[in-house]
Design a protein around this ligand. Sequence first.
Ligand code: NZQ
Ligand code: ZN
Length: 386
Amino acid sequence: MNSFTYANPTVIQFGKGQIASIADLITPDHTVLLVYGGGSIKHNGIYEQVTEALSKHAWTEFSGVEPNPSVETLDQAVALARKKKATFILAVGGGSVIDGCKYIAAAACYDGDGWDIPSGRHIVTEALPIGAVLTIPATGSESNGGSVISRAATHEKCVFRSPIVFPKFAVLDPDVMKSLPERQLTNGLADAFVHVCEQYITYPCGGMVQDGYSEALLRTLSTLASQFADRDSETWQANLMWAANQALNGLIGVGMPRDFATHMIGHELTAMFGIDHARTLAVVQPALLRAQMENKKDKLEQMGRNVFNLPEQVAEGTELAERTVQAIEAMYHSLDIPTRLRDHGVTDPAFIDTILVQLERHGFAKLGEREAITLDVSRRILTDAM
Ligand code: NZQ
Ligand code: ZN
């Protein structure tokens, strides 16, 4: 296990009715910019709860942050934050709105071109404080320092990370999930599952706590997938919300090798084809695991035993690691999530060259915990994922 520093400063307010607590979590001297997406919060009672909680604050709102938030839209919010002299950014939404607010909070304190932040040309040194009311469990953005921002003009999707943009608090009220379309619910489950995989399916290095907790999260998520018929129950919803948060709040990855190649290749697919984030992961991950079978075999076998309860040997002789990949695919299929690009209408491999150029441009010519995923390997993964 490597040395590490661990701090997660986000206060979690979990449970029914917790949206009201933002009245006290944001001190009354703040001028709040309330930021949300395409309007789902106006149809499920969340907007009313939030504005009621803000009744003693000065606040203004910005709506229209789209899934895979674009810098073009977010820069309008930055201008509004400056005009209204906002001192606190309140994100009410999923990963897209929360990531967008991290950008708004940092760009509002930066005089240069905002795109310098996601593109890595400016390291964030200052940001307005952020709070989050989570409306879809998936990304873990509500209590991490990551943000994924797109630029529509150039079809790019870039990640920036900073301890400065961790939300001060995150409200996790599972009741908000009641209005989620099935597609978003399955996306959230799959995204959280891959977040754990990216920190777990590397190579064994003796992190008993990290491995044990990762396996608990993976078992939870695979159980929730198998109990998808119970998705309206409070227990099911609460477990997904908590598991998705824990999957990417930084804890399970400390001192351990990390992969995240599935994510980096997936982001390029979203930038090019607009495929939902989680669905790009389900397409890339099986092909990537097979391409890296030798490097990841030990952890895949461990996952097969400890997560999916697979027998060591089966009559037809398929190896345990391959059967683990098959179990992951079967889980996605059970949620109606396709695992091939052709299922998303992508049938011409000509796009692969462009993706490889973008990967190289974004600094991802070598990916994976051993940097073994070169551009040639990425090409093979994308070809196999067709
Ligand atoms: O915009 P509205 O109208 O609110 O509708 C949204 C949106 O269309 C809808 N929705 C959200 N909550 C709802 C709801 N509909 C009904 N009822 C509710 N309670 O769901 C749609 C998708 O929302 P979005 O925020 O895009 O989903 P998600 O949370 O999956 O976020 C995806 C984004 O997060 C990034 C992804 O790349 C993508 O841009 N990620 C961020 C990460 C991070 N910051 O750590 C890590 C992830 O790996 C991921 O890359
Ligand atoms: Zn993700």
